[in-house]
Design a protein around this ligand. Sequence first.
Ligand SMILES: Cc1ncc(COP(=O)(O)O)c(C=O)c1O
Length: 433
Amino acid sequence: MPTDDELIDLDRAHLWRPYTSSDDHEQRPLFVVERAEGPWLIAADGRRVLDASGSWWCNNLGHGHPRLRRAIARQSERMMHCTLAAVTHEPAARLSAELVAVAPEGLDRVFYSDNGSTAVEVALKMAFQYWQQNGRPKRTRFLGLPGAYHGDTLGAMSAGAVDAFSAVFHPMLFDVGRPAGLVEQRWEPVFEHLFELLRKDADRIAAVIVEPLVQGAAGMRMYPAELLAALRAETERADTFLIADEVFTGFGRTGPMWACDEAGIAPDLLCTAKGLSGGVLPFAATLATGRIYDGFRGDKSRALMHGHTFCGNPLGAAVAREVLAIYREERILEVAKPKAARLEARIEEMNEVVGVSASRARGMCAAFDVGARGYMGTVGWEISEAALELGAHLRPLGNTVYLVPPLNIEDGELERLLDVVRESTERVLRSAR
Ligand SMILES: Cc1ncc(COP(=O)(O)O)c(C=O)c1O
């Protein structure tokens, strides 16, 4: 068994860490995880820390859920991978029907890919090609919101607008229309501006893409469900598509199964990943309406020429089926409700701490700010270092500290996590005064 120091040396020598400069990679402390259980990340020496960022927002059912482990083992005995080209298999065929059954109304087709970014790429390409071959070829433009984040591949970056992630790549990206400026307090004028852009240019708009209710990477910025409902009404009026990127918000993160459910709307295209596989395998899907699917009928030249080696991967699909079964049988959404209420109450109390502002929560997602918002802020990182000592792995978005615990976290563990967050925040902000 290698020691932690040996692993760190190997990591520093050969691994290239996401979102990390090469200097930071070589200097920042690393926590070596040996295994994970429920909300805990566990080191070889038995030290346990709470995984507050849900291993990048996907760990909705806790680590190592025994049913997910068994589902993978069962499926691996039969078949771990096989093409989806003119072939089908039980996990993918059944999962498609099961996903449609829980999806917002009208989304009755499922296209598989590997991750949130590819689910978004697929949605953008479906919308674009649909209009190309169905009589509206001038519809080549997309609209989005300021602060949007949809992933790191080129199309997803074009749809997004968090400069920290994409500014350097601007020359490689396509132009997406969006209201100017950042939202601080009031979302209404931003949406009104978006509606104006849509009304003015409806003949050229292929789709509007949004993260419903919570903009994750922008700093867990939350907007009212009524604005999402109003946007849906506007896209219907313009007879153009709404793409709901539920990669983060889906699978109950904000309360209901989909954030769209909260607004009582059904989009034309819905992207899901992360929680779809319970956060255990790279697996994603783009759901589309029958109308869009029908727009791809005809000869080969009308097909969506997009696919990934691992689309519909049997292991991923088997796990996603088990995730849906767990949500049904363990009543995950109901179980999460009182926990979400507690999370909201305690995160609101964080406003008592001098230096904390804008505490907010929606479902099992909570956040507060500790200085000017922005990905480059450093106070959040100081809190993250303090929290690691106290027993929680926080990954801030600059000066935004957030929590996305498993939906089924034990009450005592949730309280412990909130204690650590409070204590580490107080410690850092007190010493800054
Ligand atoms: C809303 C949203 N869309 C897309 C993505 C990209 O997902 P992935 O990292 O799996 O490519 C993310 C990732 O955080 C996300 O939050």
